[in-house]
Ligand binder design. Structure first.
Ligand code: GLC
Length: 601
């Protein structure tokens, strides 16, 4: 009995010891796991394993609509808001989550709406404020966000503020940038300095009534607002509030670089670029008239207004900035509560394309991105040439595939989803003031008309864009074959169908938050893996031939680390041969213009 009791006591002590050892092991293990987790997070500062939902603008494809050219609902030859509303189904079909509308505000249309005469109203040409509200309403019902174009740098010369400013009426007398200027020997007024307008010629315009010059960075009909005046800052904050109250989910900020100029009016130094005449903007450097540090506080002010709305309903408001700066410069915008557009694929990318060059442009974005940053890649817009004209129609599918599979929000200019081509416009037909300014000899270098032609909807007259007698710009003659209807109904995969499929694929979290690891890259080839490390979701391999010759490579090593995969998407040049087929990664051949998305096995 006594020994039995002893045994029991030993047993109990052993158990207690074992329990303590177990606790110690558990403690060490938990610490180890925590340490591991921190190490992984440090390697992945963008927290790919983070399961919290991303803001809508990180998961959406953004689509730019130039309302003038999109869809005409009242047969006047000019697109309008009701026309845009009538195409909501198209946005759904192509899988865009947000639509950025170029200006539809009241305007004398000297710069096609970027000269605003009432920041709080819709131009009758585009419809009414009710039409805008209806568009927002209908879009929201379909889960589509609306991003408006905010034009803070200047108004139209027909804006009531400018009219009053010209008359010296308080408080508007100081709403714009007025200066006395100098006099020549005959007493004739001459501009206060050598500053040049973006569109060419002096940026100073003489006003006979006020007997002063006013400054305008663009057209004489677009006087620059004076953001050193707190009243102007307040007014423009109110404009932001107005459109947020009307349901806008975000805004693209126009011409922000030009918001401030130095006050001492020093002459800009010469750029010394070869072959640039003194009339042209590039003749000078623009350190006194662009990118001034004062811009930061103004952007922060707009963010504050947007946050008022965000905090009410919890839905994020997106502010994206028009800037053509290099990453190390544009990244400052994150600190102001906004996102810069990444235009490297617009201006940085030159023909002929090479895999190496595209990789360098994309890689610099990722390497230089600050912790709070999120890339917004752009491939084209209303100010820049179309993809097919810059690089060749044979690369359109591959470039759409690139844009939609990169890490970061893609932004597509209308028409690129069907590979629209540029129209030819004579000098007599030219509408764009920038083109007109340079006269018949040089207008083609500057006119933006060729890529603003009407959207091609179907094979009917004027591509289904208008029922009127003539659209504001000619429709591209290829419209009978290249249009939305034909491309949607085709039994063979088309550029449009591929675009829609890729936009859908982008809903996969791997394409939204996964990391991007570059693989084989050379003059022809660009390739990368998209994956979420430490998870068991599918991994994808994306490969393109942007070159001029066929290319066969072994991609099976790291980072793919796989011998085979199944092709889930491919450019139209290739799709019939490879769709849903298993392919080996060790000797994959691609012809110029080919691109594939492969699910790794
Ligand atoms: C921006 C617009 C451009 C316009 C200019 C002046 O750069 O994108 O179209 O002409 O601002 O408002």
């Amino acid at each position: 009995m006594g020994s039995a009791i002893k045994i029991k006591r030993v047993d109990f002590r052993t158990k207690a010891v074992l329990f303590v050892v177990f606790l110690a092991i558990l403690f060490v293990l938990l610490h180890y796991l925590r340490w591991m987790h921190t190490a992984v997070q440090a390697q992945n500062p963008r927290k790919m394993s983070d399961k919290r939902p991303l803001e809508w603008w990180k998961t959406s494809v953004i689509y730019q609509v130039y309302p003038r050219s999109y869809m005409d609902s009242n047969a006047d030859g000019i697109g309008d808001i009701k026309g845009v509303t009538s195409k909501l189904e198209h946005f759904e079909y192509i899988g865009v989550g947000a639509v950025w509308l170029s200006p539809y505000y009241k305007s004398p249309m000297k710069d096609f709406g970027y000269d605003v005469s009432d920041f709080r109203d819709v131009d009758p040409m585009f419809g009414t404020l009710q039409d805008f509200d209806e568009l927002v309403n209908q879009a929201h019902k379909r889960g589509i966000k609306i991003i408006v174009d905010f034009v803070p740098n200047h108004s139209s010369d027909k804006h009531e503020w400018f009219q009053k400013s010209c008359r010296g009426e308080k408080p508007y007398d100081d709403y714009y940038i007025w200066r006395d200027g100098k006099r020549d020997k005959d007493g004739k007024p001459i501009p206060p300095n050598n500053w040049l307008s973006v569109f060419g010629g002096t940026a100073w315009r003489w006003h006979e009534g006020r007997k002063q010059f006013y400054y305008s960075a663009f057209l004489p009909e677009q006087p620059d607002l004076n953001f050193r005046n707190p009243e102007v800052v307040r007014e423009m904050n109110d404009v932001v509030r107005f459109w947020m109250q009307h349901g806008a989910d975000g805004m693209r900020v126009d011409a922000l670089e030009q918001l401030f100029e130095t006050e001492d009016l020093k002459d800009e130094p010469r750029s010394n670029l070869p072959g640039i005449p003194p009339f042209q903007h590039e003749y000078l450097k623009h350190s006194f008239t662009t990118k001034l540090p004062e811009i930061g506080d103004i952007v922060r002010g707009w963010r504050k207004v947007m946050d008022e709305f965000e905090s009410k309903d919890g839905s994020s408001r997106f502010m994206v900035i028009e800037t053509y700066e290099a990453p190390e410069d544009r990244n400052r915008f994150y600190g102001y509560g906004s996102n810069p557009f990444n235009m490297d694929l617009v201006d940085g990318l030159k023909a002929p394309l090479t895999g190496t060059h595209i990789r360098a442009l994309v890689e610099q974005e990722y390497i230089k991105l600050p912790e709070q940053g999120w890339p917004t890649f752009v491939m084209g817009n209303h100010d820049r040439k179309r993809v097919s004209s810059k690089f060749g129609a044979e690369y359109v599918d591959a470039l759409n595939m690139l844009l939609l599979t990169l890490r970061g929000t893609p932004c597509t200019y209308y028409g690129e989803e069907i590979g629209m081509q540029e129209i030819k416009v004579t000098f007599e037909q030219t509408q764009d003031p920038w083109g007109k300014n340079f006269g018949p000899d040089r207008y083609q270098e500057f006119s933006r008309d060729p890529w603003r032609s009407p959207m091609q909807w179907d094979s009917s007259k004027h591509a289904g864009f208008t029922k009127g007698s003539s659209p504001w710009l000619p429709v591209h003659p290829d419209y009978t074959m290249r249009n939305v209807k034909v491309q949607r109904e085709s039994p063979q995969q088309t550029t449009l169908q591929l675009y829609a499929a890729l936009a859908k694929l982008r809903q996969d979290p791997v394409f939204q938050r996964g990391e991007l690891l570059f693989s084989v890259t050379d003059d022809n080839i660009l390739s990368y893996v998209r994956q979420i490390p430490g998870s068991d979701v599918s991994r994808y391999f994306v490969v393109f031939n942007f070159g001029k010759t066929k290319s066969k490579n072994d991609y099976s090593g790291a980072p793919a680390s796989s011998a085979k995969g199944v092709v889930i998407q491919a450019t139209c040049s290739l799709i019939d041969r490879v769709k849903d087929k298993e392919v080996g990664l060790n000797d994959l051949e691609l012809a110029p213009g080919d691109g594939m998305v492969i699910k790794l096995l």
